[in-house]
Design a protein around this ligand. Structure first.
Ligand code: MG
Length: 288
C-alpha cells in the first residue's frame, strides 16, 4: 500500500494511492493534520488499516503534503553511508578525525519542524546565515512497530515503509560546528514524500536513488551499496533508545552532491531539485 496526505477543498486528508499512482482514496483518521502518523500508530498497535471514507480523486487535483508533516521528533539521519560519497567529501565534511573504516555510522538529528511537502518551495536563508546550500537525495525508512534494542535479524519487521527525503544542507554551517544539526535543520530544509510506500510493496535494501538539479542528473546510486545497511541502522538507532511508530531514519546520500563537484556548485534561487526512488516515486522542489 502507498499512504499519502493531501490538501483538497481547503482541508487535510489522509489515504491511499492507487497502484497506478493516479488516484487518491481518503480514509477515516481523527487528526488528518498529522498525515499518515495516526495510521502508522494504529497499525503498529495491531489495529486493521482504517476504512475508506470518501470518493476517489485524480491525483492531479489534490496538493500532496508530506506524509509526515509534523514528525514526532527529530529525524535520525545517517552521514557518510556510501563509499563514493565518503570519498567526494573526504577532508571537508568528513574530517580525518572520522576514519572511513569507523565501525560505527555517523548519526545526527534534523529537526522535524523543517519538513515540507514533496512539491513545496525550499526557502533559501539570508546570505548572512549561509551561502553554501546543497541537496542530498535519500531513502528514508519509516518505523512501524516500535522497540528498543532491536537486533539486526529482526529489524525489517519494524519497517512500516519508505519515503524520499531531500536532506538539504547549509555546508558552511555544517562544517563550522562540531555537530551537524544546525546546518541540517534550517526552516523548509526537509522536503519529504510524495508518499510512504509500504514494506508490503517494496524492499528498501536494494533500490535506485537518483537526483537531478535543473534536469541534469547529479546523483545515481543503489541502496545495496550502503556502508551500513538498513537493519544495521535500525539496530544502531534503537540501541538504548525506544523507536516509536512514525520515527524516520534518513539513510544517507549517494555521491554527486554539489559540494563534491569541482568547483563546488551551490543551489540558488530558481533552481529545481528532483529526487526519484524506484518503488516510491519522485519529489521536486524549487529553491526560492
Ligand atoms: Mg544526508
Amino acid at each position: 500500500m502507498r499512504w499519502a496526505s493531501w490538501n483538497w477543498g481547503g482541508r487535510d486528508h489522509v489515504g491511499t494511492i492507487s497502484a497506478d499512482g493516479r488516484e487518491v482514496t481518503p480514509v477515516a483518521v481523527r487528526e488528518p493534520a498529522l498525515g499518515v502518523l495516526p495510521v502508522i500508530q494504529a497499525m503498529a498497535a495491531g489495529e486493521p488499516a482504517p476504512e475508506t471514507s470518501g470518493t476517489r480523486l485524480p491525483l492531479e487535483v489534490v496538493r500532496l503534503r508530506s506524509p509526515l508533516p509534523r514528525p514526532l521528533r527529530s529525524l535520525f539521519c545517517v552521514g557518510r553511508n556510501y563509499h563514493a560519497h565518503a570519498a567526494e567529501l573526504a577532508g571537508s565534511v568528513f574530517r580525518e578525525s572520522m576514519p572511513a573504516s569507523d565501525p560505527w555510522p555517523i548519526v545526527f538529528g534534523k529537526l522535524g519542524d523543517c519538513v515540507i511537502g514533496p512539491h513545496d518551495a525550499v526557502r533559501l536563508p539570508s546570505p548572512a546565515a549561509s551561502i553554501q546550500i546543497d541537496y542530498e537525495s535519500e531513502l528514508a525508512v519509516v518505523i512501524g512497530r516500535g522497540g528498543r534494542d532491536i537486533v539486526r535479524s529482526r529489524a525489517m519487521e519494524h519497517v512500516f515503509g519508505y519515503t524520499i527525503v531531500n536532506d538539504v544542507t547549509a555546508r558552511d554551517v555544517q562544517m563550522r560546528h562540531q555537530q551537524w544539526d544546525l546546518g541540517k535543520s534550517f526552516d523548509t530544509f526537509c522536503p519529504m514524500g510524495p508518499w510512504i510506500t509500504g514494506a508490503d510493496e517494496m524492499d528498501g535494501r536494494d533500490t535506485r536513488v537518483r537526483g537531478w538539479v535543473n534536469g541534469v542528473l547529479r546523483q545515481d546510486g543503489r541502496t545495496r551499496d550502503m556502508i551500513f545497511d538498513i537493519p544495521t541502522l535500525i539496530e544502531t538507532c534503537s540501541r538504548g533508545i525506544t523507536l516509536h511508530p512514525g520515527d524516520v531514519i534518513a539513510t544517507g546520500t549517494p555521491s554527486g552532491v554539489g559540494m563534491g563537484l569541482k568547483p563546488p556548485q551551490w543551489l540558488h534561487a530558481g533552481d529545481v531539485v528532483r529526487i526519484e526512488i524506484d518503488g516510491i516515486g519522485a519529489i521536486e522542489n524549487r529553491f526560492e
